[in-house]
Design a protein around this ligand. Structure first.
Ligand code: ZN
Length: 283
């Protein structure tokens, strides 16, 4: 009898913990978001991330709140002798949190650690050839996102991409778009969408756009999207995300359906930031 009561009590405690845990996490995040943003952090981001000054005051405030949560929840690990600095963590967090700016309050839930190498890093890659022979080769990588709990970045590339905003390449946006895609455990170019009915629209638009890119690349036509997007639908989503944030005006002109789909998903309109930046250049 006593054993049964203990089992019942422990089960009750577990159930309560499961129930209140999301509430506690939400509360802790709200506290972090309300923390005042250090002036030095603001200065570092402003100095390196060109798009930051074109966000509206409300967007900047939200981004700062997301950065606070991101820095508190994710572990950063310097690899190959890299000494981590505040600038490294901040710029990675600022780029990554742009994807969450108006999003649904999740902070890349599968991701625990971000491994940072000083430059491109070498990995051993195995490929199965047509004759069922496994071939091993060494390849240089600038970043990768795992479905488990890690993401890897080359700091040299992060810095270069952050400062050269507008060229369509951003390794942080690319790898964290993979994280959004992998949130359901699969990397197939379909992140978790809000409504069930959104999946059919997503599939229709993305399939057509992916096919179009494959055709353009095959014909040697110049495209707004990087040709790496033809690799598979998961890479297509990551490349489309980079282009959406970095070259919004070109994307909406050349691929309006893709722009609008991503605009709905991210609940953002980055072309407004570019318009803002050209206004301030003119004045
Ligand atoms: Zn990729």
């Amino acid at each position: 009898m006593l054993e049964a009561i203990i089992v019942l009590f422990v089960s009750f405690l577990i159930a309560i913990t499961i129930l209140i845990s999301p509430i506690l996490v939400k509360k802790a995040r709200k506290r972090l978001q309300r923390r005042s943003f250090p002036r030095l952090w603001n200065f570092i981001i402003d100095d390196h991330l060109p798009i930051y000054s074109y966000l509206s005051p409300g967007e900047r405030k939200r981004l700062q709140g997301h950065i606070q949560v991101f820095l508190a929840e994710k572990q950063f690990i310097g690899c190959a002798g890299l000494h981590l600095t505040e600038e490294m963590k901040l710029l990675i967090a600022a780029n990554a949190c742009l994807l969450l700016l108006n999003e649904r309050g999740q902070y890349f839930p599968r991701l625990r650690s971000i491994l940072i190498y000083p430059t491109a890093y070498i990995v051993k890659q195995t490929t199965v050839t047509g004759n069922h022979i496994v071939e091993e080769s060494l390849v240089a990588r600038l970043g990768e996102s795992w479905t488990t709990d890690q993401l890897i970045l080359s700091w040299e590339q992060v810095k270069q991409d952050t400062c050269n905003w507008g060229n369509g390449h951003n390794v942080v946006l690319h790898e964290f778009a993979h994280q959004l895609d992998q949130e359901d455990g699969q990397a197939e170019g379909v992140p978790i969408l809000r409504r069930k009915s959104d999946y059919s629209t997503w599939s229709k638009v993305m399939t057509a756009e992916y096919k179009q890119l494959c055709e353009d690349v095959q014909k040697g036509v110049d495209t707004v999207l990087d040709r790496y997007g033809v690799t598979n639908p998961a890479e297509f989503f990551a490349v489309a995300t980079e282009t959406f944030f970095e070259k919004p005006q070109e994307l909406i002109k050349k691929r309006p359906a893709l722009y609008r789909l991503l605009q709905g998903y991210y609940r953002l309109d980055p072309k407004r930031w570019v318009q803002q930046s050209s206004k301030s250049t003119l004045s």
